[in-house]
Design a protein around this ligand. Structure first.
Ligand code: ZN
Length: 411
């Protein structure tokens, strides 16, 4: 940890202790005196913050400044239970747009680009976060929001959009539509920036090859500003994160202890400069690793790897932990298997069963592919599964996030 970063960290602790009822309470409960945090090594003594705690203090229990300083709120989607509300000050909004503009600069977007923004606007942070970054950079925002693929394609052609922003699943929907209509020549796209979802190398490759664009992975979460705290560069060897704003740690999700350098685990983030809703050692539930060393692009910001899954997507089948990220990487090495798959887990006659449904590429023999998938799975992940091979387009597509694991065991 750089000295400058540690100073920001100590300042954050003082602010939390003085202004955040939530954190003051946590420090007292854990018996922590913030003056005792004297070196970066002491950080691991500080309590972690969980999503459940943020739900418990709904709606504004995280707010750490007076009401008159709050200019906006955003909220996590809250698919289960209460959502999490995050209040922002004017400076938080500005800092976020600075980080987003930095993301665009990292991937070579300039003020001559036209950026079609397909994530949602509103309570969810994505759309407006991209919008502010585009405007800060001086490029032209085309604020479409999600869905309505006909209109998206029409605007893409008429306005000559050069950058497409969305989820990778939606990128695939657009890619398939462009191919179906045979209109690649009519669109001017050069780059795609996709995020908010773990996505496989094969899906990435299909979008890249079929649209003939360069694509980048962007990361972020509502609790920590929103998207734009990291992005991959032209080297595509990890995502650079803005360590003047956020401090990253990787912990073992079960023991909560730091992992060894370069190992995979759960990403834990501290916001170094946030005012409205600062977070200390927040457990993101995202699984990744920090990449040691410097990137060959020359950028000095440190890197983390692609998100390989979430701690809560992890499923235990026949006693083995399985992350969807492992399935992506397995299928990448099997010729003839497409990027789309679905996992169905059940408990039949006292035993766990797992079926991996995979789309095959055209011209591939389904029985051979099936045998190969079962064999690879047994060798790499260690359990015997069933497989079902289907044609391209048979598995469900979604404009938001593809649901890849269906677990009937607890229903
Ligand atoms: Zn780089």
């Amino acid at each position: 940890m750089k000295q400058e970063q540690f100073e920001s960290f100590q300042k954050l602790l003082r602010r939390l202790n003085a202004n955040s009822k939530f954190y003051k309470g946590k420090f007292e409960k854990a018996g922590i005196e913030i003056e005792d945090i004297k070196t970066p090594e002491d950080i691991s003594k500080l309590p972690l913050t969980t999503k459940e705690e943020l739900r418990d203090i709904y709606p504004l229990g995280l707010q750490a400044v007076p009401d008159e300083e709050i200019v906006r709120i955003h909220s996590s989607s809250g698919t289960t239970g209460k959502p999490i509300i995050i209040p922002y000050t004017a400076k938080d909004v500005e800092d976020w747009s600075i980080m987003m503009a930095r993301c665009f600069q990292t991937v070579g977007v300039t003020n001559l680009d036209r950026v079609q923004i397909t994530p949602g606007y509103g309570l969810w942070t994505a759309g407006i976060g991209f919008q502010f970054g585009v405007e800060r950079l001086g490029a032209m925002a085309v604020p479409m929001g999600p869905g309505n693929t006909d209109k998206q394609i029409q605007m893409m052609i008429d306005l000559k959009s050069t950058v497409l922003i969305g989820t990778s699943s939606y990128g695939l929907v657009i890619t398939e539509e462009v191919a179906k209509r045979g209109i690649r020549e009519d669109i001017k796209l050069k780059k795609g920036i996709f995020g908010s979802e773990r996505w496989g190398e094969k899906m990435r490759k299909r979008i890249k090859d079929e649209l003939n664009i360069e694509i980048y992975d962007i990361y972020g979460l509502t609790e920590i500003y929103g998207p734009g705290i990291s992005i991959d560069c032209d080297c595509h060897s990890g995502l650079h994160y803005w360590d003047d704003y956020v401090y990253f740690e990787i912990i073992d999700p079960v023991t909560c202890q730091p992992v060894k350098e370069g190992e995979y685990g759960e990403l834990v983030i501290t916001t170094l400069k946030k005012e409205g809703a600062p977070l200390l050692r927040y457990r993101t539930r995202d699984l990744t690793r920090l990449i040691p060393g410097e990137c060959s692009c020359g950028l000095k910001y440190p890197r983390h790897d692609t998100i390989i899954g979430r701690t809560d997507d992890m499923v235990k089948v026949k006693g083995v932990n399985i992350y969807p990220g492992q399935i992506d990487s397995l299928l990448r090495n099997i010729e003839g298997a497409s990027s789309e798959y679905q996992i169905i887990i059940d408990h039949i006659n006292g035993k766990d069963t797992m079926t991996l449904r995979v789309e095959k590429e055209n011209g591939v023999d389904p029985n051979e592919l099936k045998a190969e998938i079962i064999d690879h799975f047994k060798k790499r992940i260690g359990i015997l599964i069933n497989s079902e091979v289907v044609s391209i387009g048979e598995l469900p597509r979604s404009e938001k996030k593809s649901k890849r694991i269906i677990d009937y065991r607890y229903q």
